[in-house]
Structure formats: C-alpha cells, structure tokens
Design a protein. Sequence first.
Length: 240
Amino acid sequence: MIRPDRALVLFSGGQDSTACLAWALDRFAHVETVGFDYGQRHSVEMRQRTLVLARIRERFPAWAERLGPDHRLDLTAFGAIGDTALTSDRAFEMDARGLPNTFVPGRNLVFLTWAAALADRRGLGRLVGGMCETDFSGYPDCRRDTLDALQSALNLGMDQTFVIDTPLMRLTKAETWALTLGLGGPTLVDIVLEDTHTCYAGERGERHPWGHGCGACPACELRARGWREWEAAGRPALSA
C-alpha cells in the first residue's frame, strides 16, 4: 500500500527540483527521487543531479537518513517525438502559438504518469514536482489546473490516492531562492549555486553570481532575475 508520509520527487538536478527535494525531506519520513533521460539538449543535468544528491547526503545527515534510492528512467523515444529546442540544437524562440519552442508537449504529463507508476510499486503516496505558474515560461502543463486534472486521472486509473505536491507553484524565482535558504541555510544555497544545473544550453563554463549557465537562455534569464530580486530584497529567508 502507498503511504502519505513517503514521497517521490521529480528531480532534474536543477534549482527548482533541488528546492522541492529539500521541501520534501523537511516533511516526509521517506523520500526517493526520479530523473528522466528524454534526450534533452542539456543532458549535463543528468550528471549534476547525481552530484547534488551526494552533496545533500554529505552535508545534511538528518536528511540523508530519510533519502532513499534514486531512479533513472529512459524516455528518449518520447523526447524524439517532441522535436523542440530542448531536444535539438536550434535557437530559442517563440512558436506560432506564442509558446517558447523549449516547450516539450506533454512532458510533465508523461513524467508524472511514469512517476506514479513507479510510486505505486514503491509505496510512495506523494509526487513532488517543481512546476510553477508564477515565474515560468508559459508552459501549459505547469498550471495547477492541469495537475489537478492529472491527479484525478491517475487516482482513477490506478485506484490510488496520490497527491501531486507543487511547493513552488505560487512562488517567484526570488521566493524560491528564499525558500532554499529557509530550508537548508547557506549550505543549501551554496549547493544550488555550485552544483545544480538549469541552463537549457547545457553550459557549465562560467560561474555567474546565480550559478552556472549560458546567461542567455530562458532558464538562465529566469534564474538570474530571481537572484537579483532576492539580493535587492536583502536575501530574506522564506519559511517552508
């Protein structure tokens, strides 16, 4: 049977999913992680996520006791169908629908469906994702209405009681930085800065004040703007 005090975090190794992992470890008795290889252009995130998990185990012993196995699922066939700027080398731009061409149609729906299938077998009642409709790129599968509908469908289709948690849904990127500080202090902020990966171009070269990245893709722009806003506010901590 699945248990409501056991969680599965959709963990990419980026800023948002690291904040979500800390949020889950702060709340649940047992937490596992899952990453998806969908042929993403920024495949470096698959390497970084392993490093971030190791850092958290090393620097947060109390969390390490609750952090269970990490799972990696191969969704490269799905990524090939999407044919977007996240899965092929092309310029970042808007498409005819007014959506960024980094939008992979149905990505979060597929991720959560696979995660639910895994959680069913692992006895994990909470699915935790970093979807956000405050500071985001306009992806329709990040909306809470979408996830509420999916939660209902998963529970009906699997005869389960999953809860999809989205702790960042109403937060700005500045508030995500603040939440990170509130959950794990400067140590967790340092892990996000040094080890996480968010850049869509897969750039790990230059270390900016807000972390590594090309500085020009939509993901870097959001992360950098949030950092500047948080710094301008005096780096307050946001209670979890």
